[in-house]
Write a protein that binds this ligand. Structure first.
Ligand SMILES: [Zn+2]
Length: 246
C-alpha cells in the first residue's frame, strides 16, 4: 500500500526537497531529504536534553527541585526521543504501518506531556496564589485529556488538535503571569513565541520545503530558551534565597 501511496506524489519544482501538498485528511509524505532532516533536527537534541536535565538534578537543593527536575527532564528528553524514533520509523520502516501509526500517536501525545513538563518547574518551585496553585495538577489533567483525544481522534480533526496544543500551551501561562516573582518571564514569553511561530511551519508541509524540520528547529529553540530560564532562575545557586517555602 505504501508503495502505491508514495507514487501518487508527483515531484514539485523543488524536486527532492519537497513533495506535493496533500488534502487535510491525508498525511504528507516527506521526500528522502525531508525525512533525514526531520530525524536529524530532533536527534541532535537528545544528548543535550539528557545532560541538561541531569544538570538540573545535580543543582537541586530539596525534594521539590529534584522532582521537578525529573519531570521536566523526562518531558524534554522524551519529546526529542519519541520524535526521533517516530521520524526514523516513518522514514525507513514504511512497511510497519501499525508501528508507525502508534509512534505517530505517541509523537503527538508526548507534546502534551512536554508542555505540562515545561510548566512544572515554574508551577512547583515558584510561589503561587491559592487559586493559581491548582494549575499544578490541572496541567496534568489537560495533558491526559489531550492524550485521550489523540488516542480516539488521531489525525481526524487536525484543526482541533492545533487548538488543543495552543490552549494547553497558553492557558497555564496566565498563572505564570500572576507570579509575584517575575524573573524569567521574558524568556518564557520569547520561548513561547518561537513555538507559536513554529506552528506556521507545522502546518506548511508541501508548501515550504523542509517545513516540518523547520518546525522541529523552532521547537528546539523554544525549548532551549525555556531550559535556560529554568536553569538560570529556578536552579542556579544564588537565586535559591528568592524561593519561598512550599
Ligand atoms: Zn516531527
Amino acid at each position: 500500500m505504501s508503495k502505491t501511496y508514495n507514487m501518487d506524489f508527483k515531484r514539485t519544482k523543488y524536486g527532492r526537497f519537497m513533495n506535493n501538498r496533500v488534502p487535510s485528511n491525508k498525511r504528507y509524505q516527506p521526500t528522502e531529504y525531508e525525512h533525514a532532516a526531520n530525524c536529524a533536527t530532533h536527534a541532535l537534541w537528545i544528548i543535550p536534553s539528557i545532560l541538561g536535565s541531569s544538570l538540573l538534578h545535580f543543582l537541586s537543593d530539596d525534594q521539590w527541585e529534584t522532582i521537578s527536575a525529573w519531570i521536566y527532564g523526562f518531558g524534554l528528553s522524551g519529546l526529542f526521543i519519541v520524535s526521533t524514533v517516530f521520524h526514523t520509523i516513518s522514514w525507513k520502516k514504511s512497511h510497519l504501518r501499525m508501528v508507525e501509526h502508534c509512534f505517530h500517536m505517541c509523537d503527538r501525545m508526548v507534546i502534551y506531556f512536554f508542555i505540562a513538563a515545561s510548566y512544572a518547574p515554574w508551577l512547583n518551585l515558584r510561589e503561587l496564589g491559592p487559586w493559581a496553585s491548582h494549575m499544578r495538577w490541572v496541567i496534568w489533567i489537560m495533558a491526559s485529556v489531550g492524550t485521550a483525544y489523540v488516542f480516539f481522534f488521531h489525525e481526524r480533526y487536525k484543526i482541533v488538535e492545533l487548538i488543543c496544543y495552543t490552549v494547553m500551551g497558553v492557558f497555564p501561562a496566565l498563572v505564570i503571569l500572576s507570579m509575584a516573582d517575575r524573573d524569567g518571564l521574558f524568556e518564557l514569553i520569547v520561548g513561547g513565541m518561537f513555538y507559536c511561530l513554529g506552528m506556521v511551519f507545522f502546518k506548511s508541509d508541501g508548501l515550504i520545503p523542509f517545513a516540518h524540520a523547520i518546525w522541529h528547529l523552532f521547537v528546539a529553540i523554544g525549548a532551549g530558551i525555556h531550559y535556560y530560564a529554568i536553569w538560570r532562575y529556578l536552579y542556579t545557586p544564588g537565586t535559591s534565597e528568592m524561593k519561598t517555602s512550599r
